[in-house]
Ligand binder design. Sequence first.
Ligand SMILES: NC(=O)c1ccc[n+]([C@@H]2O[C@H](COP(=O)([O-])OP(=O)(O)OC[C@H]3O[C@@H](n4cnc5c(N)ncnc54)[C@H](O)[C@@H]3O)[C@@H](O)[C@H]2O)c1
Length: 248
Amino acid sequence: MKLLEGKTAIVTGAARGIGKALAIRFAQEGANIAFTDLVIDENGKATEEEIAALGVKVKGYASNAADFEQTKEVVDQIHKDFGSIDILVNNAGITKDGLMMRMTEQQWDAVIAVNLKSAFNFIHATLSIMMRQRSGSIINMASVVGVHGNAGQSNYAASKAGLIALAKSIAQEVGSRGIRANAIAPGFIETAMTAALPDNVRAEWVQKIPLRRGGKPEDIADVATFLASDMSSYVTGQVIQVDGGMNM
Ligand SMILES: NC(=O)c1ccc[n+]([C@@H]2O[C@H](COP(=O)([O-])OP(=O)(O)OC[C@H]3O[C@@H](n4cnc5c(N)ncnc54)[C@H](O)[C@@H]3O)[C@@H](O)[C@H]2O)c1
């Protein structure tokens, strides 16, 4: 029996990167996959095809996770298309870095909206479905900087700290209904988001990591699979750092 056989998972921002790796890993464990991204372009189509080849049901939905009404509509549609929603991964995220003295209101608002409000939108839209089912696993994709802070990323760090506190609060609100909520705090993971960093910055990061390598999206996907599955049925309100030991 596969770990997620027959379950339906929503993964936001999953046309590429960590979200895509998660969606593929969940599908390998038998989950049906509804994923979202701003547009379903060639990346999204490729993700759909890779997942379909694993023999599960899959559909990519174009939707802005930061938009409350759009999220409600897309969750209703997914529920109609798939019949249940068992796993929700709030993964969509962006960075707009800058020191506080130079940060614009737009940089602050955009990061809080895409990283944090999106999770409120999706949890708000899915919770009543999970409550009726009396089961569900919610995973917020946070970051080690949401635990430890990072100069030049106050907006991003605040949004990720918010995702951690949101998971803990939801865990307390709906634990009695069989719904769990946890956060994953990835460290330095090799994706398009980190590819933009200059080589010297990348080298400095790797020096600080006891395992002496950046993480792979698959490293995050394995932990997410554990949190999504019944293997973690007594784990809720936790934040798991997946960072090669960078922060202990
Ligand atoms: N890469 C890392 O080192 C790292 C470290 C810690 C945390 N994270 C977090 O992991 C998550 C995934 O990161 P990634 O590295 O795969 O990034 P990525 O940029 O490769 O992928 C993010 C995806 O989210 C989508 N997206 C952006 N705004 C959206 C919106 N408003 N609605 C729907 N989709 C939207 C993008 O189109 C993209 O496909 C993010 O939340 C990020 O903050 C990444």
